[in-house]
Write a protein that binds this ligand. Structure first.
Ligand SMILES: [Mn+2]
Length: 339
């Protein structure tokens, strides 16, 4: 451990003074995880585990932070009594880092954080108020396309549905292997959604060709992108403590390849990312360490994009923004799946 290791900062990197280039945002959010508890402690456990991740990244060819300024925010915990109120608080918390000058990486917390992140991305200069410009790339075991789960439209099982309802233009999913009939129908009928199923990409004989199609799809994206990595997209053996581990998932190296391919696309700009459904594993830190390694890979790829001129710093003139009440004031019907 180096002498300037700073406790509570991602990778132990000394906290930037003044405006950072990269912000890590731990979001302790857990209201609807189906079974298992601990999503609330996951982000802090991931920051702690990141202290054991190597700073050298072979693709970057350098140690992180590669001359850039990093800052890890204190763990965010909502105080509102309702789920919608908490989502609005989260938008207020993360929105300042979607001004185009910073790369924000959220650590969750359950996947229900996604609609709030997408809503905040609306103010990014490349999105400029029109979320139809934004592509969301999702690695996940679950499609998260339910209209509701147990009566709750903001359940983590609806994260992708709500993001589309908020106005996202395109959703690309891989690793998907647990989904309902309703979700299957939505995937078929909603032309904004492209899904690569694990049964195809992980097929022992023909999986390679299908996986290459996924990579080709990522390489063809144009415009701003938010990358959302639900760690249960990985095979359950790699992340046994996550809320809903599922067998038959992506390998670690497939997640790495997805991240590297996406960030290397010169026509796309990854404006923000999250790693979610991180739970603190007892006895071995495998789950939170796997999450920390993949979060580090995202940051390394961002730094490389920045160094190679594929990420342009755009500073939006700050305006006085009213506190967000987007989720609180939306009528339930606004957030039901399209029929
Ligand atoms: Mn999910």
């Amino acid at each position: 451990m180096s002498a300037d290791f700073e406790e509570g900062q991602f990778l132990g990197l000394p906290q930037a003074q003044g405006k950072p280039d990269v912000v890590v945002m731990p979001l302790a959010y857990e209201l609807t995880t189906s079974y298992g508890t601990g999503a609330v402690d996951g982000p802090a456990a991931c920051v702690e585990a990141s202290g054991q991740v190597e700073l050298f990244d072979a693709t970057l060819g350098a140690d992180l932070p590669d001359g850039r300024r990093f800052k890890t925010l204190p763990v965010w915990e909502g105080s509102a009594s309702t789920l919608r109120g908490q989502l609005d608080e989260m938008v207020d918390h993360v929105q300042p880092f979607f001004d185009g000058s910073v790369f924000p990486l959220a650590l969750g917390g359950e996947h229900g954080i996604l609609p709030a992140l997408v809503r905040a991305a609306r103010r990014h200069p490349l999105v400029d108020g029109d979320l139809s410009r934004l592509t969301v790339v999702q690695l996940d075991a679950h499609a998260d396309l339910r209209s509701e789960l147990d009566g709750e439209v903001f359940s983590h099982a609806c994260a992708a549905s709500r993001s589309l309802d908020v106005g996202v233009g395109r959703l690309l999913q891989a690793g998907i292997r647990a989904y309902s009939l309703e979700e299957s129908v939505r995937i078929d009928e909603d032309d904004r959604i492209t899904t690569f199923f694990a049964k195809d990409t992980q097929h022992p004989h023909t999986g390679g060709a299908e996986w290459q199609r996924w990579l080709d799809t990522l390489a063809a994206i144009q415009g701003p992108v938010h990358l959302t990595l639900d760690i249960d997209g990985l095979d359950g053996a790699l992340v046994p403590a996550t809320g809903t581990p599922v067998p038959g998932g992506l390998s670690y190296w497939q997640a790495v390849e997805t991240i590297e391919t996406l960030f290397a696309n010169p026509s796309a700009t990854v404006i923000s990312a999250d790693v979610n459904e991180i739970f603190a594993q007892e006895g071995t830190p495998l789950t939170q360490f796997t999450a920390a390694c993949l979060a580090t890979k995202m940051l390394a790829c961002h730094l490389l994009a920045r160094r190679e001129g594929r990420w342009i710093r755009r500073e939006k003139t700050p305006s006085d923004e009213a506190r967000s009440s987007f989720f609180s004031e939306a009528k339930g019907a606004t957030f039901s799946a399209r029929s």
